[in-house]
Design a protein. Structure first.
Length: 264
């Protein structure tokens, strides 16, 4: 009989859910762009179950992770730190991974991994600099869609440094550049390099080791990935499942816990 597990990652800005079959096959996944403290987590779970044509009772084990994991105590069998889940998910997608850079809505995490187990980490969660929130603010000031930042930054023809890593001061720098008629694509390129510089500092604190993998919503921004590759002087691997990485790790841990509890 097949074992179905659910992993739910409740972030600050989005809720992600992944259903796994026998700890190997992704059956369905969902992403709702509202996170902790909203109906997002329940909606993400409902979408995954509906897509698979299954019910909560048919799930062998449900595990919650992320910023808002404690809000699902009635639905989840267990909850775990997102650090462990991101390590587990990244190792599933990239078995040779040793460094994971996860840029979420409100924090940046850099994990060091050996054989899928996190051995060290550093986190920036006191300041919005370098996070998805930072990019949201910059996109609003520039009057562009945040999902278009990567494409626009690639059109840059010159380097416009945005020196401040503080969101408030960087916003002032961007407004100043706009008043000087600096091209938006050049400003965006500067923003991407500002984020990359900030994140590279965290990577160096943990210790950079190949293979380097980037997860989280910001990994979909090719401009940030490219700028970070330049900063770290290495190839950075990403996956189409980048935003689901934490939920995937949670579903994998759910499978492991079910197996452990039902031995024999």
């Amino acid at each position: 009989m097949s074992i179905y597990t659910l992993g739910i990652d409740i972030g600050s800005t989005a809720s992600k859910c992944v259903m796994l079959k026998d700890g190997k096959e992704i059956v369905s996944k969902s992403l709702v762009s509202v996170g902790a403290g909203t109906s997002g987590p329940q909606r993400a779970i409902a979408q995954v179950l509906e897509t698979a044509g299954m019910t909560r009772d048919e799930m062998s084990y449900v595990l919650a992770t992320g910023y808002g994991r404690n809000s699902l105590l009635d639905l989840a069998d267990h909850q775990m730190s997102e650090l462990s889940c991101h390590a587990k998910g990244a190792h599933f997608l990239f078995p040779e991974v040793h460094t994971v850079i996860d840029i979420g809505g409100q924090d940046v995490k850099v994990l060091q991994i050996d054989n899928g187990i996190m051995t060290n980490f550093v986190m920036n969660d006191k300041c919005a600099a370098g996070t998805g929130r930072f990019l949201d603010v910059m996109a609003r000031v520039l009057e562009v869609k945040v999902e278009d930042l990567g494409m626009l930054g690639n059109q840059s023809t010159k380097n416009v440094p945005i020196s401040s890593t503080c969101t408030v001061f960087a916003e002032s720098e961007v407004i100043s550049q706009l008043s000087m008629d600096t091209a938006k694509c050049d400003i965006i390129n500067g923003i991407h390099h500002s984020v990359a510089s900030r994140v590279a500092g965290l990577v160096h604190r943990v210790g950079q080791r190949e293979q380097v993998v980037m997860t989280g919503g910001v990994a979909q921004n090719e401009g940030v990935v490219k700028a970070l590759e330049e900063e770290l002087n290495c190839t950075i691997h990403t996956s189409p499942l980048t935003q689901y990485n934490g939920a995937l790790g949670a579903a994998l841990f759910a499978y492991d816990r079910y197996q452990k509890e039902h031995k024999g």
